[in-house]
Write a protein that binds this ligand. Sequence first.
Ligand SMILES: CC(C)(COP(=O)(O)OP(=O)(O)OC[C@H]1O[C@@H](n2cnc3c(N)ncnc32)[C@H](O)[C@@H]1OP(=O)(O)O)[C@@H](O)C(=O)NCCC(=O)NCCS
Length: 194
Amino acid sequence: MLPQSTTMAECPRVEAEELAAVVTECSSRPGAPLAEMTVVDEGVQLRRAGLEDVPAIVQLLAADQLGAARDGATGEDGLGPYLRAFGDIEADPAQLLVVAIGGAAEVVGTLQLSFIPGLARRGALRAQVEAVRVRHDYRNRGLGSQMLSWAIGEARRRGCALVQLTADKARVDAHRFYQSLGFVVSHEGMKLQL
Ligand SMILES: CC(C)(COP(=O)(O)OP(=O)(O)OC[C@H]1O[C@@H](n2cnc3c(N)ncnc32)[C@H](O)[C@@H]1OP(=O)(O)O)[C@@H](O)C(=O)NCCC(=O)NCCS
């Protein structure tokens, strides 16, 4: 039972037009153009991923110590599950899948940003970073840091109050990488496989 002081009846009423205006303002955020990425690594550009990038992104996901066991376009379905997931990402304005394109016009990095609205923290919009990968031969040249700095800038530009991510406990180097960018190990991440 809620204490009397927090019943719905005592909450201030939000008029329908006021609510509609707020919703329009919020849903227009994700459609905006991307923030600029300043690139130190000459010739690398960041852009929104297209369908044609999916095979290369899958390769990056699979060419990884942990991804090798769970990703790859092998088997009966081939790229099918990835193409379906790409369709879902494309259809959702709160999802932003980006690729870093190297000098030879090939995908050398990727990350996904998701914008999650919520009531907590006074209705804070938060950005979730997922699936960060830099191709092996492009690592340790600052590209990963550049991509994350861009993601933080893009989240700020869209009005997010915080950026969050989880990293597998086995990825000790990646933990150092994120902490060097200002991320703080403030929570225990938990997952339940379904
Ligand atoms: C983590 C990763 C995106 C960093 O990209 P990057 O372009 O090499 O990053 P930068 O050059 O800006 O920064 C280098 C830092 O990355 C980290 N790093 C380097 N190699 C790494 C590796 N194989 N795996 C994880 N982190 C690594 C280190 O902290 C390094 O800093 P150090 O010089 O103090 O050791 C990249 O190494 C990668 O794709 N790793 C494999 C996948 C992964 O761990 N992704 C994160 C999932 S949560």
